[in-house]
Design a protein. Structure first.
Length: 86
């Protein structure tokens, strides 16, 4: 099972800044890689994943969306969510 984690943000978004530091903590704690993507600079993702807000975190398993969380995803919740797929 191949797991990929995408974190969508946009410049000037306070929640996105908060999510960025949470992502760094989760990456270190679980030895995972989280790909940060600026949704405004790469608009093809907006339609592909039906993005409505930032931050949005998407977990893909074998290239299929298995989790999509809109808004800030706090560390404990994020870690628990990821552990289901690692």
């Amino acid at each position: 099972m191949s797991v990929k984690i995408l974190s969508f943000y946009q410049d000037g978004c306070m929640g996105c800044l908060e999510q960025e530091s949470i992502n760094e903590e989760v990456e270190a704690a679980l030895s995972v890689s989280i790909e940060s993507i600026n949704a405004k600079e790469q608009p093809e993702y907006i339609s592909r994943y039906s993005l409505k807000v930032t931050p949005t975190t998407i977990i893909l398993s074998d290239d299929k969306v298995v989790e999509k969380v809109e808004g800030v995803l706090h560390q404990e919740e994020f870690s628990d969510l990821l552990k289901k797929y690692l």
